[in-house]
Write a protein that binds this ligand. Sequence first.
Ligand SMILES: Nc1ncnc2c1ncn2[C@@H]1O[C@H](COP(=O)(O)OP(=O)(O)OP(=O)(O)O)[C@@H](O)[C@H]1O
Length: 263
Amino acid sequence: MTATFPAAVHAPRPPGPPAVVLDDVTRTYRSGSGTVHALRGVSHAFAAGTFTAIMGPSGSGKSTLMQIAAGLDRPTRGSVQVAGTGLAGLNRTTLTRLRRQMMGFVFQQYNLLDALTAYDNVALPARLAGRRPNRAEVIGALEQVGLHGLARRRPPELSGGQQQRVAIARALHARPAVLFADEPTGALDRHAGRDVLELLRNLVDAPVTHGPAQTVVMVTHDPLAASYADSVLFLADGQVVGQMERSDAARIAARMAELEPVR
Ligand SMILES: Nc1ncnc2c1ncn2[C@@H]1O[C@H](COP(=O)(O)OP(=O)(O)OP(=O)(O)O)[C@@H](O)[C@H]1O
């Protein structure tokens, strides 16, 4: 493989208190053919103000871990805390409110509303939280991701890379404590993917003027994407089997190759 060390070499930031804590999380699915152990006793603390990539072979539990960390699914056993709040006892309404206040999402398929303009997609979380969006800030977020002048376009009128940047502008504007990204570069070409990764890196590195430091948790299959993170968490068969700090794509790829089942 020809992976090179990315331009995103970054200075370490002193670790803060955890933004997300998983404690002995197990998730079991019952299906027609039996029981699937998607996660088996996973414990991990994602420090605030850090960027973590989650990697592992297909079916190792990455998406399940992210869904549970974001309160979109509940563990069969174990507990999750986000910004100091335990998710276990929360009812659906409180959980939805916490998600809107604290979390942002960037998925492979952009999760934008096609009927809304880029501007209105960025302003949506504020509106959902009952706040009036600040026009200058919404435009500022779009400018920050290089979409100056495209505020009135709807997602179908934008390229994949531009749509993903709208999703990131929405996260910039909402300033969630934790941004969950699931294969955010999966549908993009190399150039657009690099732009997105640099934006995610900048979210974490930007000086915190108000509110909590931003934390990014990203699921990816791509070692080059993972090399933008402070830390890479490796899963296999529903368990954490390793962690690498500030590593380059070649070393991450080598670790992944050890985990992939021989075909
Ligand atoms: N709703 C479900 N019902 C039954 N089994 C499920 C369900 N969701 C996930 N699984 C199983 O749990 C395991 C972990 O799935 P998960 O999607 O978390 O893996 P992943 O590492 O994200 O995989 P991929 O890289 O292929 O997206 C797999 O064996 C999967 O088939």
